[in-house]
Design a protein around this ligand. Structure first.
Ligand SMILES: *Cc1c(COP(=O)(O)O)cnc(C)c1O
Length: 354
């Protein structure tokens, strides 16, 4: 086991979590860092005061994009305990992303220990309101200063923490979505299953153009037939057809969302008819004409559930549930929130106390 040391820890600090937290703009005082080289493997695991990095402009990450990240949250629950939600899943997914990008695996026990130790040191940064949390952002990238396309021989693994406010301070609010007909996010057997920078770079222009047209995000269709639903913005998507709830099957271009998995597990436990299958945009429109499109929502760690009020496709605007969040959407949001904040029983063993 790699030993985690403490270096340059700030003594006698007084933590004051800002009142109006803008998502992802505030960071705690310390971070975790660990180096990798092909000669030494992982070494120099340390928790240290957060500061800017000294990195060579030739570092391979800037040129060839070897970088992967993760996102999860630490909570202070109703009993004052500090918890993580399904962190093992994030560790496994990060290592899968690394494998795809020819980056080294992170030893699972070091990854888990690093998150627990860092969150424990920074526990006063965890906001305590319902819906508030400390967002954990692990990231790894290629540091070798060399030009030429090949896998780097050195990497840095970092974990930073960001206190975040409730996602819906003004109530559970649905968003307008543009069905993207031109751009694609990812293609089967490409990088779509990885939390890697390239996918987000590929998505920015579509999101930007959608914003200018008055939409919050885009709905991505498959890159080959331009017919089947993939994801919504940076979230997985679910459609409630009343007698059947559907989400796209994991086909090689869709991110394996942990919230997606939690939603499927909950729906099954409630005895609901949930299928993972291909869903064409034409089917969604047809079901809407038949009055069977009850709700649609995105799933992800940041929002948990993001209800959709409208889809725009080929110039036609479809309004779902009179523009209101669906009952099922709200029920899922409430149930997952309650489990995370210790107000509902953790039947599936999702919560890890630290
Ligand atoms: C992170 C992410 C998700 C959601 O994953 P969760 O594990 O539920 O947070 C979905 N799609 C994309 C593209 C993502 O990056």
């Amino acid at each position: 086991m790699i030993n985690i040391s403490y270096e340059n820890i700030i003594e006698n600090r007084k933590v004051e979590v800002p009142k109006n937290l803008v998502w992802g703009h505030n960071f705690t005082d310390h971070c975790f860092l660990m180096d990798y080289s092909t000669e030494k493997g992982w070494h120099n695991a340390r928790i240290t005061a957060l500061k800017s990095l000294d990195i060579h402009p030739a570092a391979m990450v800037f040129h060839y994009g070897q970088t992967v990240f993760e996102g999860l949250k630490a909570y202070k629950n109703s009993k004052g305990e500090i918890t993580l939600f399904r962190p093992q899943k994030n560790i496994e997914r990060m290592n899968k992303s690394c494998a795809r990008l020819v980056m080294p695996q992170i030893p699972e026990e070091v990854f888990m220990e690093a998150m627990k130790k860092l969150v424990t040191l920074e526990k006063d940064w965890i906001p305590t309101g319902y819906g508030e949390a400390l967002y954990i952002r692990p990231v790894m990238f290629a540091t070798q200063p060399a030009l030429g396309v090949k896998p780097s021989n050195s990497y840095l693994f970092a974990i930073i923490l960001s206190p975040v406010g409730a996602y819906y301070p003004e109530g559970f609010k649905p968003v307008k979505i543009l069905v993207e007909e031109h751009y694609v996010r990812a293609v089967k057997n490409g990088l779509g299953e990885c939390k890697t920078a390239a996918n987000y770079a590929a998505s920015l222009l579509a999101a930007d153009e959608a914003k200018h047209k008055g939409f919050s995000q885009v709905l991505w269709l498959d890159a080959i037939e331009r017919k089947y639903l993939e994801e919504v913005g940076t979230m997985n998507i679910f459609i409630n057809f009343d007698d059947e709830i559907v989400t796209p099957e994991l086909n090689g271009s869709i991110l394996h969302g942990i919230t997606r998995d939690s939603v499927i597990t909950l729906l099954k436990s409630w005895g609901m008819n949930i299928s993972e299958r291909r869903i064409s945009i034409d089917e969604v429109i047809e079901k809407h004409r038949q009055g069977k499109l009850k709700s649609a929502f995105g799933t992800g760690t940041a929002a948990i559930i993001s209800p959709i009020s409208h889809f725009s496709y080929k110039g036609e605007l479809i309004t779902i549930n009179n523009g209101e969040a669906g009952e099922l959407d709200k029920k899922l949001f409430d149930e997952i929130s309650k489990i995370q904040y210790g107000f509902a029983e953790d039947k599936f063993g999702w919560i890890i106390k630290i």
